[in-house]
Design a protein around this ligand. Structure first.
Ligand SMILES: Cc1ncc(COP(=O)(O)O)c(C=O)c1O
Length: 454
């Protein structure tokens, strides 16, 4: 293998995210493969690292054409002053594929913006209807909704919030109904009931990732939780808001993960797969009654961001949608997801470090536990998540692992979210490299634990 190219904080003018990390210098990509300047091929198991490039890396001719044609016609226009055929078209197309009852779309550039917007929407909905006391958004604590100050408040993860605490408006959280805390979903509902009993008249919305991404990869609450949530919405009048920034546009095998859930939300936010890495574009979708609150109230929903609904971003969104429809890629994710999950489970069978392998479509997660008792979370000092990512990288595999959280709601975990265009042999290679990675880390961890116990 040729020498690999890496960049460290000592030899870059980029203000990198982690100064003690080496970053592979990736020059180009094709499908699920990333190539560094020395010609090494990395298998990208996380769609560009952030579950974005669902159509794979490299040019899609119809999307390139759409960029060129839209740029020639008009690339930018501020949606305060005018709309464009591109914006009108993408809004109609998204409403067509959204769950029943959704009627309007508002565009943004990414997931954080979509969630900031939805936060204002949830509040505005109640203010417009004369319930100005409603301002709280309840959500499971173990989640990620963006990197802005308001979305840090929605996230509820102390580690993420800590440095910015003085700025953050804290929102109420419930524990996640995972195998560790609440496999039945009943404890989460009780926690929600406690919040509703105390401040129910102030709750504007309940926010949740229907299938979680990085913070609890591939996890979805049990059926009983969804049913109970629906009952409480009816009783208490809050909105249900799905963060589908990752799951939207086919990642779990249907247009939206909402299509697989036993209830329909009132608001959906989506982003990553909509631009699929070709252009930053996101959207907030609302159901008729949410729109009607504004339409029959102040008739204004201000302010917005400069790039909201720009013709170029909307044209890319439409071209991505058209490509997904033409190629049947979402059906392929739905059909091949279970085999990927099965193969991953089989390959990790017998690994004492692995507690759970879960997920839907091409959004999968692996959670790790202490190999001695098979149940408790690992000591953060063992840095299992970091070891997995490093060992995978050594094996030319890109995965995304997260460290244990301070509140104990999640231990070390890995997210796998390959591009929809991954071939069966790409997926087999992914499973092989990943299983070999986990086995190597497992033996290192066991050796270290035995050494420490002596
Ligand atoms: C579930 C979820 N919501 C929101 C976001 C924020 O999106 P963005 O990074 O595009 O602002 C992310 C990003 O990873 C996410 O995973």
């Amino acid at each position: 293998m040729a020498d690999r190219s890496f960049v460290t904080s000592d030899d870059t003018s980029v203000f990198v995210r982690e100064l003690d990390r080496s970053y592979p210098l990736i020059a180009r990509g094709e499908g699920v493969w990333l190539y560094d300047e020395a010609g090494n091929a990395y298998l990208d198991a996380v769609s560009g690292g952030a579950m974005v490039t669902s159509l794979g890396h490299g040019a899609v001719p119809s999307i390139l054409d759409a960029v060129v044609e839209q740029t020639k016609a008009i690339s930018f226009l501020y949606n305060v002053h005018a709309t464009s055929p591109a914006q009108e078209k993408l809004a109609r197309e998204l409403i067509d594929i959204a769950p029943q009852g959704f009627t309007h779309a508002h565009f943004v550039s990414g997931g954080t913006e979509a969630n900031e917007l939805a936060l204002r929407m949830a509040r505005s909905y109640h203010v417009e209807r004369g319930q100005a006391n409603r301002h709280l958004v309840v959500s499971p604590a173990q989640a990620y909704h963006g990197a802005s100050i308001a979305t840090f408040g929605l996230t509820g993860r102390p580690g993420l919030q800590a440095p910015y605490e003085p700025y953050i408006q804290q929102q109420p959280h419930i524990p996640p109904s995972t195998w560790l805390f609440d496999p039945s979903g009943e404890a989460a509902l009780r926690a929600l009931d406690d919040i509703l009993a105390q401040v129910g008249d102030q709750v504007a919305a309940f926010l949740i990732e229907p299938v979680s991404a990085a913070s609890l990869p591939g996890y979805s609450p049990p059926e009983a939780f969804w049913r109970g949530l629906e009952e409480r919405r009816r009783e208490h009048g809050f909105l249900i808001w799905f963060d589908e920034v990752v799951t939207g546009l086919g990642r779990t095998g249907t247009w939206f993960a909402a299509d697989q859930m036993p209830l329909t939300p009132d608001i959906i936010t989506t982003a990553k797969g909509l631009g699929a890495g070709f252009f930053p574009v996101g959207a907030m979708l609302v159901s008729r009654h949410v729109y009607e609150a504004v339409a029959s109230g102040s008739r204004s929903f201000e302010p917005g961001h400069t790039w909201d609904g720009a013709p170029l971003s909307c044209a890319v969104g439409s071209a991505v949608l058209a490509h997904l429809k033409r190629t049947g890629l979402i059906d392929s994710v739905r059909e091949r997801g279970p085999r990927l999950l099965e193969n991953l489970r089989a390959a990790l069978d017998g690994c004492e470090l692995v507690r759970e392998v879960r997920g839907r479509g091409f959004l999968l997660g692996v959670s790790y536990v202490d190999p001695v008792d098979g149940a408790s979370l690992l000591d953060p000092a063992l840095a299992v998540a970091r070891r997995i990512d490093n060992e995978a990288l050594r094996r030319l595999l890109l995965v995304y692992s997260t460290q244990p959280t301070n509140d104990g709601f999640a231990g070390d975990q890995t997210l796998l979210a390959p591009a929809f265009v991954a071939t069966d042999s790409d997926l087999d290679a992914l499973v092989d490299r990943f299983a070999a990675t986990v086995k190597t880390v497992e033996s290192q961890v066991k050796a270290q634990m035995v050494g420490a116990a002596r």
